[in-house]
Design a protein around this ligand. Structure first.
Ligand code: PLP
Length: 279
């Protein structure tokens, strides 16, 4: 089954999908995106992802090509066409095609791209053992709440992590943990779940919101505040949340073992709760 692409309203095989070299996404990183995954063939939290796409588009003054209902139809059609057991849906919206100049015309037609590819969750053995992470300076711009295609700082951070043979790069700005290169970061200290507050310093993760809700339902105290690097390393538990990582324990940061080096009880409880929720 070939991977499916959707370009400006038409479904085409991925290998045949093309966009102009004058697309502003290619020239400037002038666009927004979303990543959604399926569980048992159904897109998870589709509405929340589409709502965030709308917020990103509005913040970037991008024309919205499709209503939420239309997007829902296209996403479901893409999943059906690709027919994978589990799929990862990538949606990208850029300002459109124009001769290269920083300023833009409000009349530009946005370029709309979606791909549907097979998705494999992380190995259950990796989930069970937890992963290692490293910290690195958060050199991103001041609007990390916008899911912009401009991912250079995230790309460099994740590459650093790859070279260090660890799973994730945890970003630190002025001594405070913001988030991961591809995930939100949560810390457990004294039974409370802590994570950076929503705002311009982090992406407001869909999984983050789901997991905070699960924690609230479990009666766990929640603190949405910035955590220092020292608090991170001295935490009882550390875990990541995200569409591709789900709820993933971090058992070592910068070579330092977190507590006893095993996924902690609250992380496991929330990971189990999350798995129950997604079926
Ligand atoms: N933070 C960053 C920088 C991300 O790239 C992502 C996901 O791609 C997340 C957080 C997690 O967001 P979500 O749970 O919506 O996938």
């Amino acid at each position: 089954m070939p991977d499916v692409a959707f370009v400006n309203g038409m479904f085409v095989p991925l290998a045949e999908a093309k966009v102009s070299i004058e697309d502003r996404g290619f020239q400037f990183g002038d666009g927004a995106y979303e990543v959604i995954r399926t569980y048992k063939g159904h897109p998870f939290a589709l509405d929340a992802h589409l709502a965030r796409l709308e917020r990103s588009a509005t913040a970037l003054d991008l024309t919205q090509p499709h209503s939420r209902t239309e997007w829902t139809r296209h996403v479901l059609e893409g999943i059906k066409r690709a027919a994978y057991p589990e799929a990862k849906i990538y949606i990208q919206l850029t300002r459109g095609v124009a001769p290269r100049e920083h300023t833009y015309s409000a009349e530009l037609a946005p370029t709309v791209v979606m791909t549907v590819r097979e998705f494999h969750s992380l190995d259950r053995s990796v989930q069970a053992a937890g992963v290692e992470a490293m910290t690195t300076e958060d050199i991103r711009w001041g609007r990390c709440d916008i899911k912009s295609v401009n991912l250079l700082a995230n790309v460099l951070a994740r590459q650093q992590a790859k070279q260090a043979r660890v799973f994730e790069a945890i970003l630190v700005k002025e001594g405070l943990v913001t988030e991961g290169a591809v995930s939100n970061v949560m810390v457990v200290r004294g039974g409370a779940v802590m994570t950076a507050p929503e705002g311009p310093r982090i992406l407001s993760g869909v999984t983050r919101a789901v997991v905070l809700e699960l924690a609230r339902n479990e009666g766990l105290p929640i603190q949405e505040r910035f955590i220092s690097e020292a608090e991170l390393c001295g935490a009882d538990e550390v875990f990541l949340t995200g569409t591709t990582v789900e709820v993933l324990a971090v058992v070592r940061v910068d070579g330092k073992v977190i507590k006893d080096g095993l996924p902690g009880p609250i992380t496991r409880r929330l990971a189990e709760g999350f798995m129950r929720l997604v079926g």
